[in-house]
Design a protein around this ligand. Structure first.
Ligand code: PHB
Length: 564
């Protein structure tokens, strides 16, 4: 038991950095998964990619799975889980730029009716921290967290003005080592490796042009058709904090006409942003992952398989997101419930690994945009059904009956995800299947989630038919069934859609508390009484809905998620 000592013992300076090691190695595993082209990796692949021992990878995977940051699929494949976006959300909250600037970016996108983005420098790359998207003809849509090579976008030439000689050297090395941009999964790779001296000369020229003009252009550097114009947003000390870009397509604008069309308003918006940075808006309150130390219980449960210093390091990382501008050492210790020495070691380690920096007077620690490389963009691309699916699968494992997620579509419910066991319906249900809302458990909880008048209007308008001898068809009866679902927080429908079929559903809420979907389990009507069904299924069903809601909340903290 290498670090099962008392808190102070474990905190003692450890030559060789053993207690820090697990954090560093855990982050390496997350990076490997995030950079992997496919969605899943075997532990053996992770060991090969990271150079870590297989037993180390196993412990890291156990720890990160227990924290909800990874998931195991099909018994052995390792997958990033939506909750991991907590880390990137912490950076976005800590840096404060989206909270302060995004409303202005959204207003600009509305004014111009074009996509607008905010990007920050990340090493020699360009990392998106906000996207207000109006993408029409564009094949490519960048997400928060995506990284672009500096020389293939508009913001990069603006950021290069502040590069140190070391950063420029690092950029050159990268051009040389990865000429096709394979290390940038968000951009199409270059078909042929370009001559790096030509790339550098062109970049220098664009830098000089941008310096003179005060703005930069991307004339289809990423892909044919995509054009962008960017202006810098400066801090009061003159440094470039971020770039504000407007993005369009050659079917609407040439690079030149986009500049003519957008520049005056881009500049006006950047000036408002610079003013806003002088008095940043207080960020929306985020729940601080307040102590006591959350790693204690899993450590007791899992023993040496649980890497407590990895869990604690990540707790410190997420805690830095509880306040814009970061935390002091004492603040981090308090927010995580960890001893100061433990928090300090994690902070120094995060700093050394390039995920945190000490800011301002040197007493505060802030997060850096590189935190977003830990799977943020990839997880941002998950569809609602993909978020729900693993929770349905787990539910089905628990209850051994089929489970589904559906949304309201007019007078119907429409299935968006399903995991089935044996088929008990006469018709097979797939994604896209519709049933009349009034006769289904999911329909009733979805209707119950609407304002009462709207639910009543929908019921009044829906063509109601007696589908089985049990179908409730009277207006008052149906209204009462919906009202009961509203009171109970669930709906049980007994053979009203199909004889022999009983189904129970609960709502799924978004961050704002709106019902956006429903999850159900369907079972044979012969299996006990309706109350037996409630007792047997409701706890697991409620847990599944809560797990989907938790994921939804993390995933949509910064960006919308279309729910079909
Ligand atoms: C974008 O926001 O998608 C974007 C911004 C600048 C570019 C290219 C794309 O140069």
């Amino acid at each position: 038991m290498p670090h099962a000592a008392t808190a102070s013992g474990a905190d003692a300076a450890a030559p060789g950095g053993e207690p820090v090691g697990p954090l560093e190695r855990g982050l390496a595993v997350l990076r490997a998964l995030a950079a992997h082209p496919g969605p899943r990796m075997r532990p053996g692949d992770l060991a090969r990619t990271t150079g870590l021992a297989r037993s180390t990878v196993d412990r890291i995977v156990t720890t990160l799975t227990r924290l909800g940051y990874l998931r195991i699929e099909d018994g052995r494949d390792v997958v990033l889980a939506p909750r991991l976006m907590e880390l990137g959300n912490a950076y976005l909250a800590c840096c404060g730029l989206p909270d302060t600037l995004e409303p202005l970016a959204v207003a600009l996108a509305d004014e111009l009716d074009e996509s607008v983005s905010l990007a920050v420098p990340d090493g020699a790359g360009v990392r998106f921290i906000s996207q207000s998207t109006r993408r029409r003809t564009m094949a490519l849509a960048f997400q928060i967290g995506d990284l672009l090579p500096a020389e293939r976008c508009a913001p990069g030439v603006l950021f290069a003005a502040d590069w140190s000689p070391e950063q420029r050297a690092a950029w050159r090395t990268r051009l040389h080592d990865d000429p096709r941009d394979l290390g940038f999964p968000a951009v199409p790779p270059r078909p042929e490796p370009p001559a790096s001296d030509e790339v550098e000369a062109a970049f220098r020229q664009r830098e000089a042009d941008a310096r003179k003009a005060g703005w930069a252009v991307d004339d289809q550097l990423i892909e044919p058709g995509l054009v962008a114009v960017a202006v810098p947003v400066h801090a009061s000390d003159g440094s470039t904090v971020c770039a504000l870009s407007v993005v369009s397509h050659t079917s609407r604008h040439s690079a030149r006409s986009l500049a003519e069309h957008a520049l005056p308003r881009l500049r006006g918006c950047a000036a408002r942003m610079e003013a806003a940075l002088e008095s940043p808006v207080p960020a929306t309150a985020r729940p601080a992952p307040a102590g006591p130390d959350r790693s204690r219980a899993p450590k007791e449960e899992l023993g040496p398989e649980f890497l407590q210093s990895l869990a604690r390091g990540l707790a410190v990382l997420t805690a830095l997101g509880s306040a814009p501008g970061g935390l002091t050492l004492s603040g981090a210790a308090e927010a995580t419930g960890l001893p100061r020495a433990t928090a300090r070691r994690a902070l120094l380690s995060l700093q050394q690994l390039g995920y945190a920096a000490s800011a301002g007077d040197g007493r505060r620690f802030t997060l850096l945009p590189t935190v977003l490389e830990l799977g943020y963009a990839r997880l941002s691309r998950l569809a609602f059904a993909e978020i729900a699916q693993p929770h349905l699968a787990r539910l089905v494992e628990q209850v051994h009956d089929s489970a589904s997620v559906a949304v309201l579509a007019g007078d119907d419910i429409m299935y968006v995800a399903r995991v089935h066991t044996v088929r008990i319906m006469s018709v097979s249900i797939t994604v896209g299947t519709r049933f009349p809302a009034y006769a289904t458990s999911m329909g009733r909880v979805l209707l119950a989630g609407l304002p009462e008048q709207e639910a009543a209007a929908r019921l009044a308008r829906a063509p109601v038919r007696r589908l089985t001898p049990f179908t409730r068809v009277g207006a008052a009866e149906l209204a009462e069934a919906v009202a009961q679902a509203r009171r109970d927080g669930h709906a049980l429908v007994d053979q009203e859609l199909e004889e022999g079929l009983r189904s129970i559903a609960v709502p799924v809420h978004d961050r704002a508390g709106q019902v956006v979907a429903a999850v159900n389990v369907s079972t044979h009507a012969s299996r006990g009484t309706p109350d037996d069904v409630r007792r047997a299924l409701l706890p697991s069903l409620t847990d599944a809905a809560a797990a989907i809601e938790e994921d939804l909340a993390v995933v949509t903290e910064r960006a919308g998620l279309p729910i079909p």
